[in-house]
Design a protein around this ligand. Structure first.
Ligand SMILES: Nc1ncnc2c1ncn2[C@@H]1O[C@H](COP(=O)(O)OP(=O)(O)O)[C@@H](O)[C@H]1O
Ligand SMILES: [Mg+2]
Length: 282
């Protein structure tokens, strides 16, 4: 029965998903993904308006760079638009994630009562078996997706699923990736970078197992300003933190590949400001 594994492009054609944007809830991000169309022989770029639909996007960075804030913003935004979203928490127990989601909603001006019915949490932080047994976790997620008609999935973080067994990173992530594709999810995976070497790349622990498998990677970076040179360059006092953001790659769509300055607002929202070169030129 090997023949059934060979498909003509014609037979696949009708099941090719449409390409459009899924709003991220992060100011300044949605138009960084774009699609390219050829109209009258001219190449026209048009903004996608969010993460690519059905894309599995990896968000990576060292600790405290804003990864969790970004995925929480996505979950809240999607829930507010009526799209049910599953939040798989691997590090933080559900009560604390709920608290974070409530803060994010408040900061985004979204009434929590309007979205709470659209948010579903799988607590792999509190349940040992969910965290250690990937098949059990995926069965649980499949149940949730089916039962509640869930459209988006967030996992914070996948790194927590292969802790102390990093050789398995790629196989864990590939299994999750295949699962998310099978269930037609638009998904964000957080992966932790442990090493600060090559900070703005997706490589180093956490990043390396993931970047080759997923559809796209976003890298977050924070830089502590310690020299006069950097202080002049970035126009901030010595001792302050400059936050940098970059879409490292995306196989599904065109994307802005410049490095951006971003901020985390006092209310805890990631907000993309401007391309680094423009910022530096003033
Ligand atoms: N109101 C706020 N709520 C949460 N985090 C905030 C807030 N204001 C600023 N922050 C900053 O955002 C960081 C949290 O980012 P987070 O998304 O949790 O990081 P990561 O998931 O990358 O480790 C904190 O370390 C803090 O510096
Ligand atoms: Mg986090």
């Amino acid at each position: 029965m090997v023949g059934e594994n060979v498909h003509s492009l014609e037979s696949i054609r009708s099941s090719v998903p449409k390409l459009f944007g899924v709003p991220s809830g992060v100011e300044g991000l949605d138009n960084m993904f774009y699609k390219v169309e050829i109209t009258d022989g001219k190449v026209v770029k048009s903004p996608l308006g969010g993460y690519p639909y059905l894309g599995v996007i990896n968000i990576t960075g060292v600790a405290d760079t804003g990864k969790s804030l970004m995925v929480e913003q996505f979950a809240v935004k999607q829930a507010s638009l009526g799209f049910r979203t599953m939040f798989v928490t691997v590090e933080t127990p559900k009560e604390f994630i709920a608290q974070s989601l409530m803060s994010r909603a408040k900061a985004m001006g979204i009434d929590f009562d309007d979205i709470s019915g659209n948010l579903f949490i799988v607590d792999a932080a509190s349940n040992h078996r969910l965290r250690e047994d990937l098949d059990y976790l995926l069965d649980t997620m499949a149940y949730g997706i089916k039962t509640y008609n869930i459209k988006n999935t967030v996992i914070d973080s996948v790194t927590g699923l292969f802790e102390a067994k990093e050789v398995l990173a790629r196989s864990v992530v590939r299994k999750i990736y295949n699962f998310l594709k099978k269930w037609y999810q638009t998904a964000l995976l957080v992966s932790q970078k442990r090493s600060s070497s090559e900070e703005m790349s997706a490589e180093a622990a956490g990043g390396y197992g993931v970047a080759h498998i997923v559809d796209g990677t976003i890298v977050l970076y924070k830089k502590l300003i310690m020299t006069k040179f950097e202080s002049n360059l970035y126009k901030v006092p010595i001792g302050s933190v400059v936050r940098l953001f970059r879409i490292d790659g995306c196989r599904m769509t065109g994307h802005d590949s410049r490095t951006y300055i971003f901020e985390i607002t006092d209310t805890g929202l990631v907000r993309i400001l401007s391309p680094l070169d423009e910022y530096i030129r003033g």
